[in-house]
Design a protein around this ligand. Structure first.
Ligand SMILES: Cc1ncc(COP(=O)(O)O)c(C=O)c1O
Length: 363
């Protein structure tokens, strides 16, 4: 409230001001990898600008992780480019390096090398980032890290949001911290971030009048919502710890049950913010109880759970996209459930959720 009040006190409530620059600095300091930041009014806007900065245009091929929220892929369509979807691997649920390389090689063989690869750190879990970067390096393809869900996560000790040529984090209302709506574009290249800021501010040329040599966008974050973000930055580590504690609770309570697997970090290279804690339920081992059944039983107790993101190749709007994979994302979708994961869940609430799942399994 102090940061927001400051915007009003200074009568500076537009898309510029101390909170905007302050939030950008706070994010740069937190990530600590020498990144430059420009805050915008959504993660989707940041992804759109990232593709623009990497030169994506009509007819270009962009390889995208299949198991994600639609906002990873939609900006590819905004630019008239072709999204090609790549399946997940089982460990992190993120893009499979094996299918990624197959997709790259096949696209090259068919005469069009992909311009960009977009991977996701889904539900906060870092992807197999070294392997993805190795493929990008080998074929000389630019990388976008969609770390929308992974603020506070890290891989090999380096924060998510610092691994792409350009990386993106979302501050949507449902994320680990929020500006009510917003996002940030990150790059180690200062000039790239300055270009993003220019494009996000209607691409106004330096001139005494309104002059435009390029098409621009109205994508900047307001100084008021940036104030919310500055306040949120002071509690980010607490939120990460709270979400990780949820995940620990679910793991301790549920992992021993036959047919139940709580999504967890594969090894010590991965540090997830566990934005959402998710389960896989194998009905073959639970006497036929599947994720739909658990979801509806939880709903009877007024506990909301959700299916995983429906893979993009199964979405009506992307049904004609090329897809490389073996059905892993589909299998995850068919057996997965996102459990309540809020940072303010109490021990009693977590216990109630776990008891409801156990009761459904025992019935
Ligand atoms: C993986 C992923 N990418 C992109 C976005 C888009 O972010 P925003 O909602 O801030 O536009 C989201 C979240 O909403 C997301 O979960």
């Amino acid at each position: 409230m102090d940061f927001v009040q400051d915007a009003f006190d200074k009568n500076w409530i537009t898309t510029m001001g101390d909170n905007v620059t302050g939030l950008e600095q706070d994010i740069e300091t937190y990530l600590g990898g020498g990144e430059h930041a420009v805050v915008v009014n959504s993660g989707t806007a940041a992804l759109h600008l990232s593709l623009l900065l990497l030169g994506v245009g009509k007819g270009d091929v962009v390889l995208c992780q299949d198991l994600t929220f639609a906002a990873t892929v939609n900006p590819v369509i905004y630019l008239g480019a072709e999204p090609v979807l790549v399946d997940s691997e089982r460990q992190t649920w993120n893009v499979s390096p094996a299918f990624l390389e197959e997709a790259v090689a096949d696209c090259i063989q068919k005469g069009k090398k992909p311009k960009v690869i977009v991977w996701v750190d889904l539900y906060g879990m870092p992807a197999q980032i070294h392997a993805i970067r190795e493929i990008a390096r080998k074929y000389d393809i630019a990388l976008i890290e969609d770390a929308a869900e992974a603020f506070g996560s890290s891989y090999d000790g380096k924060k998510c949001g610092t691994w792409g040529d350009i990386s993106v984090i979302s501050f949507n209302g449902n994320k680990i911290i929020t500006t009510s709506g917003g996002g940030v574009l990150l790059s180690a290249k200062k000039e790239q971030v300055e270009k993003a800021r220019f494009l996000a501010t209607q691409a106004r040329d330096e001139a005494p009048w309104y002059q435009h040599s390029q098409i621009g966008y109205n994508y900047r974050m307001s100084n008021i919502t940036a104030g919310v973000g500055r306040g949120q930055m002071t509690v980010l580590d607490e939120r990460v710890e709270a979400r990780r504690a949820n995940n620990r609770f679910y793991r301790e309570a549920l992992t021993a049950l036959p047919g139940i697997q709580v999504h967890a970090e594969p090894d010590e290279h991965y540090f997830s913010n566990h934005w959402l804690s998710c389960l896989l339920i194998d009905p073959k081992q639970t006497g036929g109880v599947d994720c739909s059944r658990i979801r509806s039983k939880l709903a009877e107790s007024n506990i909301e759970s959700r299916f995983l993101w429906k893979p993009m190749h199964l979405q009506p709007v992307f049904k004609d996209c090329r897809f490389y994979g073996d059905g892993t994302s589909e299998a995850l979708f068919a057996t997965g459930l996102c459990l309540p994961s809020g940072s303010n869940l109490t021990k009693e609430e977590l216990t109630e959720i776990v008891d409801s799942i156990k009761n459904t399994l025992n019935r």
